[in-house]
Design a protein around this ligand. Structure first.
Ligand code: NAP
Length: 406
């Protein structure tokens, strides 16, 4: 295999050279702070595991404010080309430009590369302050559909002629009475996009020996979008995984040994149950907007958005961009203050995706030891008894030291 250079994708498998080129976007606001902290930890983990035999060649690509300043464009074509060429990349948070034809740079990147699964693992690290009594029971992986739903950006503004025309058409064709001062949004949910997301969640659950996949939806109200997501989910689970799964309707109590349980929950009650009985949930498959709310709410249970990693993946084409799940937190930009764990853990997810799980585990154990030492950034220090507040960069140095300790 080629030892240096591009990752390739053949027969549904990622072929990773020993020295892969990985494009990265530093990000806006706190992006440079957390990126320089995270890259140190990622490189150190690889170094500890393979002593120079493996090594990532980082390639900076531009997006957001840095791109705009240098090129006059928020998301240059070369950036999308680089992610397509090198397949696996990582990014910090990006500001949403106003009035540039982008709803959000993140959404544009996800749509352009068809990164249909947003994957967000939420697990607890002992010692991290949490608002719930038993945060150790939270261990979920959210698969959020990434290309459709109200995120498709199909909205018309109130007061415009095209909006009134559409309202008039809907009145005539369907008898829908939409107030004349309404904005109108369209929520597309397709069978193909729902089923490929559900398949990604089930494949992940089976490969990691997880116990269940729960479809979270609002199908009691939105029957032909959210309700259809649920029905299509069960349909593909029964069709493609018949001998590996059992559905809720088919069993009275616990699923038989070795079978993955497929179940569903309505979104509003899910929020309550995920707080009161988190141990009942494992892998979650859900629509785009639900997934956005759910992943931040679950992150709060394990220490906040500074702690939760994420990835946007197209499993069919072998493309993935890993990212911090929080935003640019502009008030902390350049202060070397914020928690870099979200981006560090996103880097660990990336290493696992590359087939380098040893380095991912190293990072997790380095983080565990650092949290246990109570030397943490401001967000955790303000909630932790007896904690010492450290800067973003010092936190990453401590993680590196703790990884080296074995
Ligand atoms: P935000 O940047 O996530 O910040 C909200 C609050 O979350 C911060 O004030 C801080 O809370 C906490 N926080 C965020 N990151 C943290 C970290 N690494 N460590 C510790 N605490 C952290 O959300 P926002 O203010 O709503 O959004 C700002 C900009 O980011 C917007 O332009 C938005 O569009 C963009 N955004 C980008 C992404 C992305 O690129 N994926 C995602 C979301 C938002 P305290 O004030 O309590 O300390």
């Amino acid at each position: 295999m080629n030892q240096q250079g591009k990752i390739s994708f053949q027969k549904s498998t990622l072929l990773v050279p020993e020295n892969p080129v990985i494009p990265f976007i530093e990000g806006d606001g706190i992006g440079p702070d957390i990126w320089s902290a995270a890259v140190k930890v990622i490189d150190r983990a690889v170094e500890i595991c393979w002593r120079g035999k493996r090594h990532i060649i980082w390639k900076e690509v531009l997006a957001g404010e840095k791109a705009y300043k240098r090129t006059g464009r928020w998301l240059p074509r070369e950036t999308i080309d680089a992610f397509q060429e090198y397949r696996v990349g990582i990014k910090g948070p990006l500001t949403t430009p106003v009035g540039e034809g982008f709803r959000s740079l993140n959404v544009a990147l996800r749509q352009k590369l068809d990164l249909y699964a947003c994957v967000r693992p939420i697990r607890y690290f002992p010692g991290v302050p949490s608002p719930v009594k038993e945060p150790q029971k939270v261990d979920m992986v959210v698969f959020r559909e990434n290309t459709e739903d109200v995120y498709a950006g199909l909205e018309l503004e109130a007061g415009r002629k095209e909006t009134r025309d559409l309202a008039n058409y809907l009145r005539k064709a369907h008898g829908w009475d939409i107030s004349r001062d309404s904005g109108i949004g369209i929520k597309p949910i397709s069978k193909s996009a729902s089923q490929r997301l559900v398949k990604a969640a089930i494949d992940f659950a089976l490969s990691k020996n997880r116990r269940s996949v729960t479809f979270v939806h609002k199908g009691n109200i939105q029957k032909f979008t959210e309700g259809a997501f649920r029905s299509w989910g069960y349909e593909i689970a029964r069709l493609d995984y018949r001998d590996k799964i059992v559905t809720w309707e088919e069993i009275q109590e616990s699923p038989p040994e070795g079978k993955l349980l497929i179940k569903d929950a309505i979104a509003d009650i899910f929020f309550q149950q995920a707080l009161l009985r988190p141990e009942d949930f494992d892998v979650i498959a859900t629509t785009n907007l639900n997934g956005d709310y759910i992943s931040d709410a679950l992150a709060a249970q394990v220490g906040g958005v500074g702690m939760a990693p994420g990835a946007n993946i197209n499993y069919h084409k072998g493309y993935a961009i890993f990212e911090a799940t929080h935003g640019t937190a502009p008030k902390y930009a350049g202060l070397n203050k914020v928690n870099p764990t979200s981006l560090i853990l996103s880097g660990a997810m990336m290493l696992e995706f590359l087939g380098w799980p040893e380095a991912a585990k190293k990072i997790e154990s380095g983080l565990e030891k650092t949290f246990a030492s109570r030397k943490v950034t401001y967000d955790l220090a303000r909630l932790m008894d007896g904690a010492t507040e450290v800067s973003c960069s010092h936190f990453s140095e401590l993680v590196c030291e703790n990884m080296a300790k074995g």
